[in-house]
Write a protein that binds this ligand. Structure first.
Ligand code: FAD
Ligand code: SF4
Length: 508
């Protein structure tokens, strides 16, 4: 009897373990565009179009390679809305002696898979997800018994394992991490290259027309230019390595009103869809350093994000789920301001980051961490609300990567499991790293008063509210010393201003 392999929409890698385990001449594949996946948060419309277009292309490639595939296209009134419905329909039509899947990207989907064996009376084999270099059991072995799970130590293990930027067992340049060199501000020079743009092809146009009138989504569709095939993703990778990588490190933390991407790669959506592999991306980047086309701080910085942060974040997700998603260590209770969806706020930093997100389904890391993330942290947004927002608005957002980044790194809602201190910052940080403040109606140098930068009072108020939790943290001692320099009147005024902002958040 034949086996049934399920290919999830974000596992479009040609080395997918399901494809390796099955025989194209005897077995069947199943893929589906499902209403449940479209509707469980209000995704950016570009994200839905990207995923369905990449899936249809991949389906075509598999068919051309001789695979038999049953492909369910999105239909708003279809009864097949979940992966379970999809498999149910397939096993009703034909008997299979095994269902084979690769480890999914969401706990929610894993829960469905775990029920299939009993529900369909067919053995289910769950294979490792070959899109990652650190298998989950390896991450658990690394994590076991450690008091703190710090990314930096995990990253060193990945460097040793992969050999990237290593000579004779030691890091090249005598340091593991060159992050301190990567904090320059950008003032228009060197020129920032545009990322590679891909004109929507027939398949993309077909997806757009299938969704029209049925799926609204968040954000703008106009300007959709994402890579939707492996060939395009590889072109985008070469373009990044040639044009942006040399300055990637220096300006990694910079932000600017005129540039949505600066020197960032814009490769996360391709990596997370399986169109690019971790090793091919890191090989290309390391080669640029070997060829003296890019400096070490850029190349190390990039490789750290991919084999360090990305793998570590995934390890944390699977180790801590399912209760991780419910955590709210700082007991936040503020709803997400409405303008996170519209961008209609007077604060230039947030306005710029959110409007770019609406336009591009993308914001770079520092905008996510220090603008939209920092505001949600110091304002005290309920973690679930801000996590759902991040999951919805970027083309690269999947639960395994979005959740620990938002709930852990940004919101500190896991109590410090992922980050040793919250990344709370006042307007001063944004002023240093961007040009936002110069065109903002608020004054970044003021903390109280109508025209004062809202981030300033919210920052101090955050420290005051959470004093008990954070004042003993050695990395926050300086911050509390600065709080203690303020007299009672100043502290009162700050808290009054912060309370006013909370009450009038939709007008800020
Ligand atoms: P670059 O800055 O050029 O970085 C290169 C690559 O490194 C990225 O393509 C990405 O694959 C990887 N990377 C860098 N940082 C991280 C990280 N912290 N976690 C995982 N991978 C990383 N990334 C996602 O892929 N999906 C998400 O849903 C997501 N949500 C985030 C939410 C918040 C609150 C924050 C602070 C970060 C989030 N990130 C997420 C991480 C990071 O911001 C994006 O990967 C990055 O902005 C993607 O753009 P790029 O390809 O231009 O990245
Ligand atoms: Fe943002 Fe404050 Fe600067 Fe305005 S002044 S851009 S609100 S940091």
């Amino acid at each position: 009897m034949a086996k049934l392999g399920v290919i999830f929409g974000d596992q479009l890698n040609t080395d997918n373990s399901v494809l390796r385990a099955l025989d194209s001449s005897a077995d069947f594949l199943l893929m589906g565009e499902l209403a449940d996946e479209v509707e469980y948060v209000q995704h950016h419309i570009q994200k839905i179009v990207l995923i369905f277009s990449a899936m249809r292309h991949f389906k075509q490639e598999l068919s051309d390679a001789g695979w038999s595939i049953q492909y369910h296209r999105y239909e708003s009134d279809s009864k097949v809305v979940s992966f379970t419905d999809l498999v149910a329909a397939a096993v009703e039509e034909q008997r299979f002696d095994e269902i084979v899947v690769s480890w999914p990207g969401e706990y929610r989907v894993l829960e469905q898979i775990r029920r299939w064996e009993k529900q369909f009376d067919v053995p289910v084999t769950l294979l490792p997800d070959s899109r990652f270099i650190c298998p989950l059991d390896e991450f658990d072995r690394w994590a076991e018994g450690r008091k703190q799970l710090r990314m930096e130590f995990f990253y060193r293990e990945m460097r040793k394992k992969t050999g990237y930027l290593m000579v004779e067992g030691k890091p090249v340049g005598g340091q593991w991490n060159f992050d301190k060199d990567n904090r320059k501000t950008w003032k228009g020079d060197p020129e920032a290259p545009s990322p590679m743009s891909f004109t929507p092809d027939e398949i993309v146009e077909e997806v757009i027309s299938d969704l029209e009138g049925h799926v609204e989504g968040f954000g703008e569709l106009e300007g959709f230019d994402w890579p939707v095939t492996r060939t395009q993703a590889r072109q985008a990778l070469s373009h990044f390595v040639r044009r942006a990588l040399p300055n990637y490190g220096d300006y990694q933390d910079a932000m600017h009103t005129d540039e949505d991407y600066l020197f960032h790669a814009r490769l996360s959506s391709s990596l997370n869809l399986g169109l690019l592999g971790v090793e091919e991306v890191c090989d290309a980047v390391e080669q640029a350093w070997k060829d003296e086309q890019a400096p070490l701080n850029a190349v190390e910085g990039f490789i750290r994000q991919v084999i360090g942060w990305r793998e570590y974040i995934r390890g944390i997700y699977w180790r801590e789920m399912p209760d991780y998603a419910q955590r709210n260590a700082l007991e936040n209770s503020q709803p997400l301001p409405e303008w996170y969806w519209s961008g209609e706020t007077r604060m230039q930093c947030l306005r710029s980051a959110i409007q770019a997100t609406r336009r591009n389904a993308y914001a770079h890391h520092i905008q996510r961490l220090m603008v939209t993330g920092n505001f949600a942290l110091i304002f005290g947004v309920v973690p679930k609300e801000i996590c759902d927002w991040y999951l919805a608005v970027y083309t690269d957002a999947y639960d395994w990567v979005e959740l620990p980044n938002t709930l852990g790194m940004v919101m500190h809602a896991d109590g410090g499991l992922l980050a040793s201190k919250p990344y709370a910052a006042s307007g001063k940080y944004i002023q240093r790293m961007s040009n936002y403040c110069s065109s903002c109606p608020y004054s970044v140098t003021r903390t109280v008063g109508e025209e004062a930068c809202p981030l300033n009072s919210l920052y101090w108020d955050f420290l005051i509210r959470h004093r008990e939790r954070f004042e003993a943290n050695p990395r926050m001692k300086m911050m509390y010393r600065n709080v203690d320099r303020k007299d009672d009147q100043e502290l009162d005024d700050i808290q009054t201003r912060a309370a006013w902002i909370r009450e009038n958040i939709e007008r800020v």
